[in-house]
Every structure is written in structure tokens, then in C-alpha cells.
Write a protein that binds this ligand. Sequence first.
Ligand code: NAP
Length: 479
Amino acid sequence: MTDTPTQLFIGGAWVDAVDGATLPVDDPATGEIIAHVADAGPKDARLAEDAAVQAQQEWARTAPRARSEILRRAHEIILERTDELAHLMTAEMGKPLAEARGEVAYAAEFFRWFSEEAVRIEGGAGILPDGRNRMVLSRRPVGPCLLITPWNFPLAMGTRKIGPAIAAGCTMILKPAPQTPLSSLALAGILKEAGLPDGVLNVVTTSRAGEVVEPLLRGGRIRKLSFTGSTAVGRLLLAQCADAVVRTSMELGGNAPFVVFEDADLDKAVDGAMVAKMRNMGEACTAANRFFVHRSVAEEFGRRLAERMGSLVVGPGTRDGVDVGPLIDANGRAKVEELVADAVQRGAEVLVGGRTPQGPGCFYPPTVLADVDPESRLMDTEIFGPVAAILTFDDEDEVVRRANDTPWGLVGYLFTEGLDRALRVSERLEVGMVGLNTGLVSNPAAPFGGVKQSGLGREGGRVGIDEFLEYQYLAVPVS
Ligand code: NAP
């Protein structure tokens, strides 16, 4: 970790912030400061923007195969350094090492996927219906991009944006979350090593996101914002994008329903719940937030889930055998505590967990709440922690209505052995993704994204690169 860069990455060089400012990065398992990284201000952002704008035209002209090869090499380097990157991520973010290794593989796969897509950018040509004109359609990179990522998947949220931007021929500025800047800086080092030309990727770490980002979005030179984060911040940034009519991709918050029907295989449902709830300690936009369980199986499901959740080992992510690391920071944990207290005060029964442990670190135990009142605050708030809230339902129409009764629509999980029901309910759910008898939907080859206030656009899959491309139509008379 001693070799991890801590400066800004601008125009292919490592530089300090113009005013010399730095920001501390701490380990949420101990509260100890593990590094200081450069803390960019608006002047640094301007330099990064200059570098991205200057590099754009030449980068757009590179052969797709050249862009593809850079991504492919970076994919390989990431995999070779799995252990090093996993330790870095665990240190700055808290997730257990095994999960961090899983994220490294997931993150690397976006580069492999988009290295394959870089050489499949196709336009089209044809005679228009009037027979007098031809149409030649080509696809162009949208231009310099601003990529903003959250702290919960420090490496994968970066590669999910950088991969398609490089493949499409865009230059970019990446602004990672201030809690987890080290993974992004390490990634920049890897891309440089893989041969990425100077200025194509610039990384600006900052504790002053508002001051740094707003001038970029309003300035007219950044042509695209790809944002992953909360709906509240996404809404604010959409408004800032309006002035210069900046194209946007928004991956925002979720409030996933997890529906267990009376004909579900409960083994599958409990396994699925463990993944959908506990991946990343519950700090995932895809985390199951509301468990709707048919009244006839609710007690057994709750008992079995509580048994599994209660057997998880909580501790520092670097320790062998640990399943659940700390939450990101004191604020994140305080929010979880408040949501649980509110639910309990409204009559929820705590089947397991629910008590904050003593000692250092932002730990919170895996918790299962049964008989949750639908008016509880955690029903319309992302819990972002290891808390499963169970409610009961009686029939299909009722559960579809309740599942859809939220402004969000990222993902839903269904557990049923009936094919008709599975298809019917999937079609009725207002979400961008459905896990049927599985608690995991994320895959670089599949389009990830939500409807309603969970976002705009898709990342990954065949369509992921489209977010970074424009069409140009050339009209040519038939002579
Ligand atoms: P957040 O507070 O919205 O922050 C996300 C990013 O936006 C951070 O880099 C943050 O930097 C930056 N930011 C905040 N205010 C800003 C402003 N005024 N101008 C410019 N940038 C600003 O979200 P978070 O707490 O880091 O992440 C958790 C959220 O992300 C959850 O809602 C989760 O569901 C969502 N998420 C969604 C997906 C998806 O694919 N749909 C994936 C992962 C996470 P600062 O912290 O410095 O403000």
C-alpha cells in the first residue's frame, strides 16, 4: 500500500493540489488514518478539464483495436494485482477481504467486456424511402466526460464508467468519493501502465465536490456526466447539467422489494436473501430493503434468516473468517441505528441483532426485524446496512402494489416455483432488473440500471457503450 499514489492524476502526471491541500483517508474498522491524498479545488478541476479537452480529438481518432488492447492489458494487470487491490479496498472501505477480491474480479471484467465492445461500434448505411437520398450513419464519442462515483464499490463503479468511455473514444475526469480515493488512484496508475495516453483519464480527489463539479457541468466543455450515487445528489446534478445541456447517465438509489411467495423454495429464498441483503454489508444500491413474505411462510422464513444472519462473524475485514466488516463511517451507522429504533418503536420484533457493539470501528450486527409496520421509516429509506425488515402479505395483487409503492425502481427479487407467476409478477414490477430465485443480478454483460427515481440509462451489457456515443447522420443524394 505504500506505493499507492496519493496525488491528483492530471494530463498523465501525478501532481499535488494547486493550494497543497490534502484530505485524510481512514480505515472504518479502526478509525485510524491510513493516507492523505491531494484535495483538489476548482483550479485543479480546471486543469483536469483542460487536459481532457486537449486530448479528446486525437483520442477519438485512435484505432478501436488500440483502445481495446489498452483495456485488455489493464484487465490483466488488475487481476494480477488482485490481492494488493483487495487489501487497499478493505483498508479504505471496510468490506471483508473475500468480498474485496470478488469486487476486483467484477471490476476487471468491465474492462474485458468493453475491450470486446470497443471493436464492435457499428453505424449503418442505406437508401432512404424516397429513393433519392442515401443515409450514412456513424457513431462518434460524445466528448469529454465527468464520471462521479460513490464509496461502496470503489473499484467497480470506476471501471463500469471508465471502460465504456475508453472503448467509445471519450476522454474523462473521474471524481471518486472522498472516503475511497485510493482505489481510483491505483486504477489510474494501472491504466497508465497499460498504455493509456496522457490526458485521456484524469482523477481528481476532493472533499469539495460541490465547488469542483458545478463549474465543470455548467462550463460547456464537459459533454457528458455519468453519475452513481444517491437520488438526492443526482437530482441536484441533473439541474446543473441543464444549463449546458450535458448528456447524463444516472445510477441512483434503490429500495428493492424481496418477495417470497407461498410456493417458494425456502432454501433458495434464504440463500438469496443472504446475498441480496448482505453483499457489501447491505451497503449496495441493489440491497433488498423491504422483505415481503407470504403470511403462510413468514414465520419460518424469518426464523431461518435470523439463524443464518446470527451466525455471521462481524469484525475487521482483514481478519480471517470475518463475514461482515464495518459500515463506512459513523454517520452511516447512526442512520442504521435510527431506522432500527424507529421500526422497533412502531412494534417490530427483533429476531436477531439490533444492538451496536462497544469498541472502535463502525460495526453494526446483522439484524432481522419481523412484523415491521409499513409506516416505518426504513420502508421508504435506503437502509444501507445489514438489516432485513420483514412484512407479510396475503395475495399477489397486494404485494405488487406495495412493492411498486415507492419512487425508486432499481431492482426487485422474486422467489416462487411457479413459472406463470414469475413472469407475470416480473412484468408488473416497476424496476429495471429482477432477480428470479436469485439474490444477485449484477454482471458486466447485463444492462444495469433502474427506472423511476433510480436513474436514467444503463451501464454494462451491449448497451453500456451507447451512453458514451452519439450518432452522426450524413445525407448523400443518389446521383
Ligand atoms: P452520494 O452522497 O450521492 O455521493 C456520490 C458521489 O457524489 C460522491 O463522489 C460524492 O462526493 C458526490 N457528490 C455529493 N454531493 C455532490 C455535489 N453537490 N456535487 C458533486 N458531487 C457530489 O452517495 P454515496 O453515499 O456516496 O453512495 C451511496 C448512494 O449511491 C446510495 O444511494 C446508493 O444506492 C447509490 N448507488 C447506486 C448505484 C447504482 O448503480 N444505481 C450503485 C452504487 C451506489 P462527496 O461525498 O464528497 O460529496
